[in-house]
Design a protein. Sequence first.
Length: 325
Amino acid sequence: MAFRGFDAGKLTALANDLDALSGQAGKLHSRLAAVLTSAQQNLPSGQNASRDPDLQALVGDVVPVPSIFGGRRRLPGSLGPELGDMQASMKRRIRQLEGLQELAQHGYPVNDGSLFLDERAPDAKKIDEALRNLRGLKGKDFGANGNREDLEKFASQLGGLTAAEADAFMSKASPKDLAFYNELLSDTSDSGWTPFDENGLPENKRRDTLSLLLSKISVQSIPKFQVAFPGMQPTFTNTDAYENGGNSQNGQTNSGIHWAPPSDPLFQNGVSADDVNQNQFGDCWYVASLAGLAQRNPHFVQEGIKQNPNGTVSVRVWDKEGNHH
């Protein structure tokens, strides 16, 4: 039965055909190479067996050599690993599709963006357990040592969810339960019962936990997330440039300033120091170093900024202790 217009059975049959072709690529390569090699040996000196440079390159390449030793890196032998990787990727995504179909049958919301993610198939039991543990935080007696240990355990559970599972969790979770969870995460004060208790999560761990969840959920779940965890959106209203109405250094005003996902794909034309623009904020001390880094090591910038499927952007940063987040 088709799900959202996709037939898992037919896709599986196509993947199996690719797998079969993958297994035959080596034999085809050897046979073709043998014919061309034989032709070359029977031709007058200086003449080639083929006018096609790709086919001529097969002359002498008869004995199968594993790709790890440099063999079969040209067509048609290279189709072996390429088609093998392709069919394996297809089968992983088919299992994902079938898992999402099962979730939908059990009443879980399924976002179209999750249909062919390359991750393990979603498990409804993991989602149910996460929802139970979220509800269980309310009214729970955390004991004399505070709630940090419990919150770290729950954060680890959320971090282990796939994108499809995380989105189903976010869709099903009660706004009140999410808001209460945010209160627990944010309150690191002493409970008063004992000077040795630990509550909430330190800011770095709190941001790591929520950033990972935010990177996984669908676009449709982001507004709900923002309401539940308002502290995840950095503020710019406390900057000098905002309070002064703009940047006096370059005359840029604060008119229309707001947060938004990037409208264009990241690194569409690579990384360049010319991409850095100070605009409204008086942060030349930061953007100058960023421009210098982009000029010296553009790959470092590109590997540290990742655009997620839901349009949000994950940025690798370091804290003052040298730990990256």
